[in-house]
Design a protein around this ligand. Structure first.
Ligand code: DNO
Length: 360
């Protein structure tokens, strides 16, 4: 297991790389260049990012994310040009040692919450929160407005302003699109990029829908084991993998996370893991919790054991957690609770490893 940390670059992440390196067991980043979806990433900018990260004693083998342009998801004629850019970006990243590219295939919205800083009454910290009832009252334009307003001046991943400006038009373009249509567009994309990945030793890792169900009548095709089985069959290859996010899939209690990890781990189809906890508050209603099992509803020991047993070499990162100790950070991406999360996950790993070796 390689423990990594999501980081947004020195221009837009308030957390210095030095602090990231000081988290026990931290070996690398899931990092990115701040580029609009569909762009061909410039090599010189990537090389300077990589040099900066390496100089801080960290590896940059996972990119999160290279975003897929909406025209590809919608299957428009213009998609070929964006796919060419994607391919050129894959080749460039591979040349500089990148092994995994995290992305998603969610129409319009990436992850979605109805509150970015809901106070947790038990301890006075706050965390990301979702209640479908609030969403019903808000509608897509209102939720975008509120998310931008609540994000403390940070651009949130998946909520890039240039994309959201076109929101109304894009939503209209998706009207009537079925899950099967979206899957067909997805296959077209995978058929083009996966052979390139195989050739240059990169794995694509698809992030699940978050939350794990369709929203605003948009088709969503990545929120269960069955969905990911279909995605893998669209273009079966070791390079076509899952970024298994425990909190995204885990927002639906029907998803048995350790079982899903075992399923895809045994198939060698997990490219990366995001490990975090959620607390269920009712139907389509949850908040994010600290990583500790007893603070939420996911069993972190069972999750780490499933990783240990089936995909022990995977990249993993702690995710979201709470905003604690009065940190003024990017919602979902504070330093403190993610650092505690990493330490806890490393502790579970050590205990599992020593237990296994003692019993061998
Ligand atoms: C949310 C993140 C997602 C993820 C993308 C991958 O916090 O896990 O935004 O990075 O879906 O493209």
């Amino acid at each position: 297991m390689k423990m990594t940390f999501r980081w947004y670059g020195s221009q837009s992440d308030p957390i210095p790389l030095k602090y990231v390196r000081q988290i026990p067991g931290m070996t690398g980043l899931m990092g990115l260049l701040d580029m609009p979806a569909g762009a061909d990433w410039p090599e010189d900018a990537f090389v300077s990012l990589k040099n900066e990260v390496n100089a801080a004693g960290l590896a940059l083998e996972v990119i999160e994310s290279v975003n897929v342009h909406e025209d590809i998801k919608m299957g428009l004629a213009s998609r070929d040009e964006y796919i060419e850019n994607y391919i050129s970006t894959i080749r460039m990243l591979a040349k500089h040692g990148v092994k995994v590219i995290v992305y998603n295939f969610m129409p319009v919205f990436d992850w979605l919450r109805t509150d970015l800083a809901r106070i947790i009454p038990e301890d006075g910290s706050n965390s990301l929160y979702f209640d479908e009832k609030d969403l019903g009252e808000m509608g897509p334009l209102e939720i975008v407005r509120k998310t931008a307003e609540d994000s403390k001046g940070f651009t949130l991943p998946g909520w890039e302003p240039e994309r959201l400006k076109l929101l109304e038009t894009t939503l209209k373009q998706y009207e009537g699109m079925t899950a099967d249509d979206l899957r067909a567009h997805y296959k077209y994309f995978l058929d083009a990029v996966i052979p390139v990945c195989e050739e240059c030793g990169v794995r694509m890792a698809c992030h699940p829908d978050d939350p794990a169900w369709p929203i605003f009548n948009l088709p969503r095709i990545a929120h269960s084991q069955d969905d990911f089985d279909k995605i893998i069959r669209l273009h079966d290859s070791r390079a076509n993998t899952v970024c298994l996010c425990t909190g995204s899939l885990g927002s639906d209690p029907k998803n048995d996370i350790p079982a899903i990890i075992r399923h895809f781990g045994q198939m060698d189809r997990i490219g990366a893991m995001h490990v975090r906890n959620v607390k269920y508050l009712g139907y389509h209603h949850f908040r994010e919790a600290s990583h500790l099992s007893s603070d939420g509803d996911l069993d972190m020991y069972a999750i780490m054991k499933a990783i240990y047993d089936t995909c022990p070499d995977t990249y993993i990162r702690p995710d979201h957690g709470r905003m604690i100790w009065d940190e003024a950070g990017r919602p979902g991406y504070g330093l403190y609770d993610r650092a505690l999360g990493a330490a806890y996950l490393n502790g579970l790993w050590e205990a599992i490893d020593k237990g296994e070796k003692a019993n061998a």
